[in-house]
Design a protein around this ligand. Structure first.
Ligand code: FMN
Length: 328
């Protein structure tokens, strides 16, 4: 039985937002995680090196955007055996986000529903954190950049790129849109790509959750990416749900229940991309079998969030070990 499986019932007694804050506070100290990482061999299961968007990864399992939104936890998170970290979404200015509660757990389903509304300490803060971490950087960092205009996102791209390995462009966050509002993600992407032609680091794009299920929109977005020299896309399977436990009453579903949709979306994206850009799989990955099915379907790498909450800090090691034993 792992230490986390003993701690989890205590953590889960707390309201999800509170537990989330507590976990973040614990991860602000690097030393205990260095010790834990060394003692429990969290970094030892580097099984199959991977490559995403031209970035070499020690292993294909990363932490997804949203957990370290402000780049505050890089030292500790680097010790946990992930092959890469996706930080952010970094927003242009400090934002409070949506009203609390913003996070609901459904433990029986290993699901999370969030309506964070992209809270952020703002880009200036995140850039300082990335800059301070740069000298100690031991694993690849992808930084997810958010914003509500092409100019804001392009500016964010140029400000973070000196300190990261690749930038992930977030085209929208459904949690800040009102009902019935339409966001032209592909039009926004075209504008952004026009503004970041002089970039030095690889650009990657997070496929918006409402674009992913439509063949027409997904193929159009992928063609726009390829025409604009984008090196990789992240595709998941999150979907909007009514959730009375949230302050907003509705949010986005993540975790185990979205895995099948995420895998199906990944397969379609790999088909449309036809080897012309890399695809990062995401959505409800908890086990080596699920990770293997995404890698076998053509994912260059995978990132996860819910499994980190439900299974704890050993999740990357666990999945990597499982991948290694499958390969043996
Ligand atoms: C609480 C929470 C906050 C998130 N915040 C962000 C974010 O700021 N930017 C982003 O691109 N994705 C964000 N995500 C989405 C995750 O990166 C990921 O795509 C999603 O959780 C699905 O993966 P999972 O099933 O492994 O959790 C967030 C997810 C959760 C649960």
């Amino acid at each position: 039985m792992s230490l986390y499986s003993l701690l989890r019932p205590l953590l889960f007694q707390l309201a999800p937002d509170r537990a989330h804050d507590l976990a973040q506070t614990a991860l602000r100290w690097a030393l205990p995680w260095q010790v834990l990482g060394a003692l429990s061999g969290l970094q030892q299961a580097k099984v199959r090196p991977a490559q995403y968007a031209g970035v070499a990864l020690a292993n294909p399992i990363g932490l997804a955007a949203g957990f370290d939104k402000n780049c505050d936890l890089l030292d500790a998170l680097s010790q946990l055996g992930f092959g890469f970290l996706t930080v952010g979404s970094v927003m242009p200015e400090p934002r409070f986000g949506n009203p609390f509660p913003r996070l609901v757990r459904h433990p029986a389903e290993e699901a999370l529903v969030d309506s964070m509304g992209v809270p952020s300490k703002g880009r200036a803060y995140a850039v300082e954190r990335l800059k301070a971490f740069d000298r100690r950087r031991t694993i690849p960092i992808l930084c997810n950049i958010g914003g509500f205009s092409a100019e804001e996102i392009a500016r964010g791209f140029f400000e973070v790129e000196p300190y990261v390995d690749a930038v992930e462009i977030s085209l929208m966050c459904p949690n800040v849109l009102g009902p019935g509002e339409h966001f032209d993600a592909i039009g926004l992407l075209e504008q952004i790509l026009g503004l970041i032609e002089k970039r030095r680091k690889p650009a990657t794009v997070r496929v918006p959750n409402d674009v992913a299920p439509s063949d027409e929109l997904l193929s159009q977005l992928i063609e726009t990416c390829i025409a604009g020299g984008v090196s990789g896309i992240k595709i998941g399977g999150g979907r909007p749900v009514v959730e009375p436990g949230l302050g907003t009453g509705r949010g986005t579903l993540h975790g185990a229940p979205i895995h099948d949709a995420a895998l199906a979306n990944l397969k379609r994206a790999v088909g449309f991309a036809a080897g012309r850009l890399d695809v990062k799989g995401n959505g409800g990955v908890f086990t080596a079998t699920q990770a293997a099915s995404m890698l076998d379907a053509g994912a260059a790498c995978i990132d996860l969030y819910s499994a980190f909450i439900y299974r704890g800090w050993g999740i990357a090691r666990e999945i990597n070990r499982g991948l290694a034993s499958r390969a043996a």
